[in-house]
Design a protein around this ligand. Structure first.
Ligand SMILES: [Zn+2]
Length: 326
């Protein structure tokens, strides 16, 4: 974990391994302080607070959750009386997708001598994912603290004289996807609307909505610096690349769909092209499956069977001769 200053008043804390739980956080160190996203577990949240405390005094008065996923909200409880801001969908969505007990049980099962081998046999992907996550994270002691300040489309907050625009752009990666934009500093905290140098994962939403969000960043906001939800700090090149990736996967998926292949088969076959070097290329399965769901006109919020999804990602890795990474 490291901290980077990205503008006069903005900082990022980055988890360099850039795997599934390795989300980034942001800090704006004026006007009482605002933290963007609170990490995947309490030790990481505390480490982030310690890093940010080098450039702020006291605890921040505001926290923004860019969306409902566990890796962006599990540190909320460490921020005491801070206002927590998020899209109106977050309180309900967090209960649905970010149950800390569910994740801890998965890790405990994988670590258990007796249950671990059964889990490995039944769900090799779940087992491998749990083993990987347990290397860095543990969810004991986490309880969900939902945002207390909810907004629908946009919320403007002024820190001293610096405007911060929190804009709901979802659902593209998740229902609550919101970005945090500081026009004067030309900095964007993109949440998981942007994955950098790692394969994006989408849960709720559509390809078109995701393109719209990326186009808004490219054509309207034009930030100089972007802190993605996952991966290193970048500029607009990162946004262009991710849009190209999604377009490519959507196009390739259509070909395999029309040829009657399953999403699982397509995910094993699609040439990764220039994206083969991105971390966790096997996560392509989720993007193909989402494209298939759209081709079949299924609801955007159709729930994911998590064990099946982890197993499919694992299977894609094995077929491609990769060490499974989530
Ligand atoms: Zn994330």
């Amino acid at each position: 974990m490291k901290m980077e200053q990205v503008s006069n008043n903005c900082y990022a804390v980055l988890n360099e391994k850039n795997r599934v739980c390795d989300a980034n956080s942001g800090l704006i160190n004026i006007g009482g302080g605002m933290v963007i996203d609170t990490q995947s577990d309490l030790p990481h949240a505390q480490a982030m607070i310690n890093m940010f405390s080098r450039v702020w005094t006291g605890m921040p008065e505001k926290v923004v959750n860019t969306h409902e996923d566990s890796d962006h909200v599990y540190g909320n409880q460490l921020f005491g009386s801070a206002q927590i801001i998020g899209h109106r969908s977050l309180p309900e969505r967090m209960k649905l997708v970010a149950d800390p007990d569910e994740f801890q049980h998965m890790i405990d099962a994988a670590q258990s001598v007796t249950i671990g081998s059964q889990l490995k046999a039944a769900h090799p992907g779940v087992f491998a994912a749990a083993k990987q996550i347990a290397e860095d994270y543990e969810f004991r002691g986490v309880h969900l603290v939902p945002p207390s300040v909810l907004f629908d489309d946009r919320l403007k907050v002024v820190l001293d004289d610096v405007e911060v625009h929190i804009i709901h752009v979802g659902p593209c990666h998740q229902a609550g996807d919101s970005i945090v934009w500081l026009p004067r500093e030309r900095v964007l905290f993109a949440g998981d609307v942007l994955f950098r140098l790692c394969t994006p994962m989408g849960w709720v939403g559509s390809f078109n909505k995701w393109y719209q969000a990326l186009d808004m960043i490219i054509n309207e906001l034009k930030p100089d610096v972007i802190v993605p939800g996952h991966g290193p700090v970048c500029g607009l090149d990162g946004v262009h690349e991710m849009k190209s990736y999604l377009q490519y996967v959507e196009k390739e998926s259509r070909i395999h769909f029309d040829d009657g292949r399953s999403a699982s088969e397509a995910a094993r076959r699609i040439d990764l092209g220039p994206y083969a070097d991105w971390l966790c290329p096997e996560r392509i399965y989720m993007n193909v499956e989402r494209a298939y769901r759209e081709f079949r006109s299924e609801p955007q919020d159709k729930p994911w069977d998590k064990p099946e999804t982890f197993d499919e990602i694992y299977g894609v890795a094995i077929t491609r001769g990769l060490t499974p990474t989530f």
